[in-house]
Design a protein around this ligand. Structure first.
Ligand code: ATP
Ligand code: MG
Length: 361
């Protein structure tokens, strides 16, 4: 009705392994932060995916789940353990790939931020990798090329990479919009001295889009040089935009420099939908033991709240996202950490500590 705020609906996909523990922690913290920020509560909708969905629906990524997600504003995706699925599900495209492809989530946004007490190799690092997630040489994931690999003879294998202007434009816009809200610097990563046509197009289109953002500083590096700069001076970078394969490699490097796998969040976004997903896997070795670190999933959810708030110009949601980040940051700084970070707090105890610190803001 007129004047009433939009009530956002978010999907909840628990996934496998530690997924249910960390996703429910993220929902709890998001609710606490929304209330602290004076934002309207969200509507959460749980949907089957992964092992549970195979048992209940006979599909790892049920069509009904995809249809329900299409009616939401975004969702939390818990990690899945597709290597443990029975055939034929194990050989199919895994749930996160299926969802990314179905909704054309072309932007993989992966921050690498060193937290106080997080054991970072690059203390003070606070950068974001914006990775194009549909093209390049990872052709099996894109819709234009089919598998993109073939063998003309048993002794020769060929891979094709594709770069299109449209895909470069949309990922470049994501990067520049993000940099405008941060420290206003974008670094373009390519290999235009060797892959002249493909990554050259990527660099050139990013440079063209840069003209629309005169207050954002731009530079560009070859991928090999960039690994050196990241190791030597990670702190100086703000937003790094790159194609699919380079982004895959760089985000692991940057994530490791910034610190723990347990605190590394990510967001997968298209123009109109976004999916929060921790950078780590389903950790079946520690599932159900209340020792998982929920920080990455919680911080991924904060990214989703910020994305929603920015898209709908809803200040309260952006505030809620900041509150989540501050709550996690201050909890870690106080030395409350899970086992993977050398602490003794369980998943629940850590989550309760974050909720308590949010309640005190
Ligand atoms: P995937 O193939 O799904 O990416 P993976 O084999 O790369 O999985 P992860 O599931 O990410 O591995 O786990 C790697 C190691 O890190 C495991 O020992 C796991 O227990 C640990 N680990 C991963 N995520 C967490 C977390 N959130 N909290 C604590 N430990 C974790
Ligand atoms: Mg992994």
């Amino acid at each position: 009705t007129l004047g009433s705020p939009h009530r956002y609906a978010l999907g909840v996909l628990y996934g496998d392994g530690i997924g249910p523990e960390i996703v429910s922690a993220a929902v709890l913290i998001a609710d606490a932060a929304l209330s602290a920020a004076g934002a309207a509560p969200l509507t959460w909708q749980e949907l089957p995916l992964g092992l549970r969905a195979i048992e209940e629906c006979g599909e790892a990524t049920p069509k009904a789940t995809l249809a329900a997600l299409a009616e939401t504003d975004g969702w939390l995706l818990g990690p899945h353990d597709s290597a443990s699925y029975p055939e034929p599900f194990r050989s199919e495209l895994n749930p996160s790939g299926t969802i990314r492809k179905h909704f054309d989530l072309y932007a993989n946004v992966r921050p690498a931020k060193a937290f106080e007490g997080g054991d970072a190799l690059a203390p003070g690092a606070d950068l974001v990798i914006v990775r194009e997630n549909t093209e390049g040489f990872y052709a099996d994931r894109n819709t234009h090329l089919g598998t993109g690999e073939f063998m003309p003879t048993p002794d020769v294998a060929i891979a094709m990479g594709i770069i299109t202007r449209t895909a470069c434009e949309r990922i470049a816009r994501e990067a520049f919009e993000l940099a405008s809200r941060r420290r206003k610097r974008v670094t373009i990563v390519h290999k235009a001295n060797v892959l002249k046509l493909t990554t050259g197009l990527f660099r050139d289109v990013c440079r063209e889009i840069a003209r629309d953002y005169p207050d954002v500083a731009v530079d560009d590096f070859h991928i090999d040089a960039m690994t050196v700069h990241l190791v030597r001076r990670a702190r100086e970078f703000d937003v790094v935009v790159t194609e699919n394969m380079f982004g895959d490699i760089l985000s692991d490097l940057a994530g490791e420099l910034a610190g723990s796998l347990g605190t590394a969040p990510s967001l997968n976004a298209s123009r109109d939908r976004a999916m929060a997903q921790a950078a780590h896997g389903s950790a079946p070795d520690i599932a159900g033991q209340d020792v998982a670190n929920p920080a990455a999933m919680i911080l991924s959810t904060a990214m989703l709240l910020e994305w929603l708030g920015t898209r709908h110009q809803d200040e309260a949601l952006v505030r809620a996202a900041r509150i989540v980040e501050e709550g996690v940051g201050s909890t870690l700084e106080r030395g409350i950490r899970t086992r993977d970070m050398g602490g003794a707090a369980g998943c629940r105890a850590f989550t309760e500590a974050v909720a308590a610190s949010i309640g005190q803001l």
